[in-house]
Design a protein around this ligand. Sequence first.
Ligand code: AMP
Length: 407
Amino acid sequence: MRNFCVRARIKYIDQIDITEKRILIRVDFNVPLDENRKVADDTRIQRSLPTIKYALDNNAKIILMSHLDSPKGKFKPELTLLPAAEHLSKIIGQEVVMAPDCIGPEVEKLVSEMQPKDILLLENLRFHSEEEKGDKDFGSKLAGLADVYIDDAFGVAHRSHASNVTIVDFFQKFGGGFLMRDEIEYFRKVIGNPERPVIAIIGGAKVSGKLNFLENLIRKVDKIIIGGGMAFTFLKAQGCDVGESLVEDDLIETARRIIDEGRKEKKLYLPVDCVAADKFHPQAATKITPVQKIPSGWMGLDIGPATEKLFSEVLNDAKTIVWNGPMGVFEMDAFSAGTRAMVKMVAESPALTIVGGGDTDVAIHKWNATDKISYISTGGGAFIEILEGRPLPSIKALDQNSRKTNG
Ligand code: AMP
């Protein structure tokens, strides 16, 4: 498989002089929060620790920036990054100062007072609409805070935003962090020369985000398993009456094309049965039914046991497995069995196993399989696009600028 990232030329933090410098690190602290607004799952913070600790060991002045959720350009107090600052402070054992904003005079003052080894976390970048627009002026204001720029936010590598793409132009010294390096290296190994058969498992609910990807992916992998809400658009395209199940009608044609392509080489595997429910509710009435027989008005919310068996047979000879998206609404116990079974299958497979996407990661944690997966990517969308072979904008920005600066 050819892929842009295999060829990307990027410097990493340990190849750049950061000693006592002001270093601006784009991290991905877009972490889930619980009802008390504390960090519910700190995987993403943990994964950025090697880069932060390296900067500490080199006496840098560390300025961290991230987005949290989707405030759409407005200040929303409930989406402050303060819980992330408090959590980081606890696990790293030193104060993490929370800035009141990510740009502006107050932030500049805080930065000017920083000493080596100080850590400052800027406030949610997406409180400014300019971030998602990739605005130059906003990028230049962020860049004005530091001497060195490090991108360690693989989770947003597929977005062209100010803090991960526009900003790179304003630095002479820039590169990737260790999380970014690990992600790129892992995908290099898999995409460049994967051990075959390669089997992709795709689930979850965002059909529109994943269908185009499937059209490309089907040509690159040996088999594709489709589960979760995704599957029902395909089942409908095959003529099944799927009741009230999640379906994106305008994508049925694309689904049909993917089915035709997959059928030629016996590549595509869809659910044969499902757990149907009379409503989208943890206490809904449920029944296991073939996918052709979902009662009218009901919806499929998990794969059924016959599908589990089919998918386990398909995975039997896998040498490389990539998985994104749960098999059902695993957040509700009644619809979690399929995802749980998939976690077990992937965890027990002797294949190289790579899992990506926030929900899939949560499922892996939930059933304690973290240690049994070869690699868990912090990327959801980025994971999908890198597999698809698309150049990820932030990796491209680092690559192109390093070609410019280094000739
Ligand atoms: P995604 O972000 O696309 O990976 O989607 C993850 C979400 O898909 C999870 O929150 C699941 O609850 C949801 N999901 C999985 N299967 C289904 C289904 N059959 N119907 C509706 N939602 C689903």
